[in-house]
Design a protein. Structure first.
Length: 319
């Protein structure tokens, strides 16, 4: 079972997005910055590059990545011996596990959610067996029929149920809010689209294994700063995405699937974002999610190399 592909969702909904105007900035915190603990993660799907897991592992080793997205279906088919060989290969290449996607449709009708919940324990056991401890997903920023309160209650109940199953196997769940006004204003009833609102949902879910999937794009479009990241702890963050925004577009007119490679334009203050993550001791994966269609048209190694170069340049902004 695979997670709902957000890239595809954005492609289908981009035409209906509304527009607005505003601005956002991110302030740097004072004082020396600690050495980073987070890892440079490779997710070929997040950069639009097709690759088998074996090819992704080779590319990760070739270009200096430090973590890699786990292929859950592939892991489920491995014998104990094959799994040990894979883990040994990752260790030799100094690759840690990144985060898997949550394979449940918790956004739709109740019957579909209930049916999707049934195999979650097996999914979590597959992760546990391979040493994967992180799963992440995103929240739709609006709804056609549910008011904010009704949608909030539904999300809290459903995600609490999913989180309990994951917790039984030592797996954490990261939730991503979607920040652009062009996204949350496109539906009848806007929903969670900021860190503050997500904190409310996490408090309502009340599970220790649930936290944030933080994305520099959503942090920027939500008008947040380094201080917002510094309000979190390492234990509050499960996964991070890194990207940049096009120049010359007011923040309230930024469209979710029109981004760029980390540091490509300098619109998003990645130094403040990454510096704050380093300061809270975030020790998980950071993955590029640039929504650059041209990457998928390049030779695989060239595309991954460009992403690696951009990530390394961005990471150089912190010790």
């Amino acid at each position: 079972m695979s997670a709902l592909n957000r890239r595809r969702f954005l492609e289908l909904t981009a035409a209906s997005l509304a527009l607005g105007t505003s601005r956002a900035s991110a302030a740097e915190s004072d004082g020396p910055r600690p050495k980073r603990k987070f890892t440079m993660g490779l997710s070929c799907g997040s950069i639009g590059v097709g690759a088998s897991f074996a090819q992704a592992v080779e590319l990760a080793g070739q270009f200096g990545f430090e973590s890699i997205e786990p292929p859950v279906d592939h892991l489920a088919r491995l014998s104990d011996g094959q799994l040990q060989e894979l883990l040994a290969d990752l260790k030799a290449k100094r690759l840690a596990w990144g985060a898997a996607g949550l394979p449940i449709d918790f956004r739709g009708d109740e019957a579909r959610f209930t049916e999707g919940l049934k195999p979650l324990a097996r999914f979590a056991q597959t992760l546990h067996r391979a040493g994967v401890t992180r799963v992440a997903t995103w929240l739709s920023p609006s709804h056609r029929t549910l008011t904010y309160v009704a949608n909030f209650r539904q999300h809290a109940r459903r995600l609490r149920e999913a989180a309990k199953v994951l917790a039984d196997r030592g797996v954490r769940l990261g939730l991503e809010y979607v920040g652009p006004k062009t996204a949350w204003a496109s539906g009848r009833f806007p929903f969670i689209h900021s860190m503050a609102e997500m904190k409310d949902l996490l408090a309502e879910i009340a599970r220790d294994n649930v936290g944030f999937l933080l994305d520099s794009w959503h942090w920027y479009t939500a008008g947040e700063t380094a201080a917002d990241v510094l309000s979190l702890r390492n234990a509050d963050v499960v996964l991070c995405h890194l990207n940049d925004a096009p120049k010359g577009v007011p923040v309230d007119q930024q469209v979710d699937n029109r981004r760029d490679l980390p540091g490509a334009t300098g619109v998003i203050d990645l130094k403040s974002f990454l510096g704050a993550l380093a300061q809270i001791g975030y020790d998980g994966p950071i993955v590029a999610e640039p929504f650059r269609p041209d990457l998928g048209r390049l030779p695989r190694d060239e595309a991954v190399g460009l992403v690696a170069d951009a990530m390394k340049k961005a990471f150089s902004l912190v010790p």
